[in-house]
Design a protein. Structure first.
Length: 198
């Protein structure tokens, strides 16, 4: 007698659950569990959507997302769109450093053309031309160092005046690396003309 009742209990429970599922729940009625916190709901939603069914499919999705992100960043670098720039180029301080470099003539941006000329002169078997190439190396290196120091001092002063409450860490090195690129090859693209007042 007791055994029979215990066997019928699971069947009765599932029948009751089916009846409750068939009836729509009244929106005003209590739902029988506490409302989850927003952070918990967002975390469960994220894990639910990001759990892959297949490893190959997950890898394919990741590649597609990365490709789309890279394309977005590439377009931002070409157009100067601040929202989609990589982290190293974001912020008003970095933007000012870019504009500071782009508005000035720098010796360092002509390093590559000078290097090509010097390389050609050094390959020639004429001792006089080889001496000229060595002399040109010396002049170019000294010019780049002097010009870079001058630009770094002026940039630091301007950053202290314009952005006193912002972090300036790495901004000078960022600007000096930009001076080594030719103007038309710089990314993000220059947004100011040469000689513009900042």
């Amino acid at each position: 007698m007791f055994r029979r009742r215990s066997q019928d209990a699971p069947a009765a429970a599932t029948a009751l659950a089916d009846e409750q599922a068939a009836q729509p729940r009244n929106p005003q009625a209590p739902k029988g569990r506490p409302t989850p916190k927003r952070s918990e709901a967002q975390a469960s939603r994220r894990t639910r959507t990001s759990v892959p069914k297949d490893r190959k499919e997950a890898a394919r999705d990741a590649r597609t997302r990365m490709r789309a992100e890279r394309e977005k960043q590439r377009l931002a670098l070409l157009n100067g769109d601040e929202r989609a720039l990589p982290a190293r180029d974001k912020g008003p301080v970095r933007r000012f450093a870019r504009d500071f470099v782009d508005s000035r003539f720098t010796v360092a941006e002509w390093f590559l053309p000078f290097a090509v000329v010097i390389l050609i002169l050094s390959v020639l078997r004429n001792p006089a031309l080889q001496f000229v190439s060595l002399l040109m190396w010396l002049v170019v290196i000294v010019g780049i160092v002097v010009d870079s120091v001058r630009h770094a001092v002026v940039l630091r002063k301007q950053l202290r005046q314009r952005f006193p409450n912002e972090s300036h860490k790495g901004v000078t090195a960022y600007a000096l690396m930009r001076t080594l690129q030719m103007r038309r090859l710089r990314l993000p693209k220059p947004q100011v003309k040469r000689g513009a007042k900042l």
